[in-house]
Design a protein around this ligand. Structure first.
Ligand SMILES: [Zn+2]
Length: 218
């Protein structure tokens, strides 16, 4: 099958959709975050560089990220398709990604934009609650995702809490970064006729159904 890249604003459900794709199509989910975390455990020069950079809250140099992605894409499990997540984040990285793919003779595949209204994202973020005990996720702003009893987990009876970065201000910052840095790659891929758009305002099964149609070329 073709490779897949998702582009989506924060909280659009990209991670959930990626998991659903992995489960149905059995392809690896390549995330730059995971690659960096894995390499940071290695006892090597690059491992210690990444470890120290992440620990200090800094950004790993783009050149390092590029070479790690290049290595990752050459592994056997990528031969039958993969999902790439969290990369590219800006136009410069998109251009570099094209170069890497050219070099490795890999087709970029399907680029899927999860298009979603900002007010829906805001409701998702501000309504999200997690269980302290079992990590179950709820949303008090959505009828079908509310806990039965306020602040109590349906599954285990644990107490629900709100993550400190699930607030409007933090969301607005992440959203602005997305609009400024990542949104330009949408046009970049649109001009290359590679972009598919799905309606992210629907529930996750309906969003996934649209993604399935793209993957299966229907
Ligand atoms: Zn629970």
């Amino acid at each position: 099958m073709k490779n897949i890249m998702f582009i989506a604003p924060p909280a659009a459900g990209k991670g959930t959709q990626a998991e659903m794709v992995v489960e149905k199509y059995h392809i690896p989910h390549i995330s730059t975050g995971d690659i960096l975390r894995d390499i940071s455990k290695e006892d090597s020069e690059i491992g210690s560089y990444v470890r120290e950079t992440l620990a200090s809250g800094g950004l790993v140099k783009d050149e390092i990220t590029y070479s790690l992605i290049e290595d990752r894409l050459q592994k056997d499990d990528c031969k039958n398709g993969y999902i790439i997540d969290g990369f590219p984040r800006n136009l410069e990285q998109a251009i570099k990604y094209d170069e890497i793919l050219d070099k490795l003779n890999i087709d970029i595949g399907n680029i899927i934009l999860i298009d979603i209204d900002k007010d829906i994202l805001e409701k998702r973020i501000t309504g999200r609650r997690l269980c302290e005990e079992c990590n179950a996720i709820y949303n008090i702003n959505e009828e079908n995702s509310k806990p039965e009893v306020d602040s109590v987990c349906d599954v285990c009876g644990g107490k629900l809490y709100q993550r400190s970065d699930d607030n409007l201000e933090s969301f607005q910052n992440r959203y602005n970064t997305y609009m400024e840095k990542t949104a330009p790659i949408i046009d970049y891929y649109k001009k290359k006729h590679l972009l598919h758009t799905v309606d992210g305002n629907l529930d996750k099964e309906q969003v996934f159904a649209q993604i399935e149609r793209i993957i299966e070329g229907k």
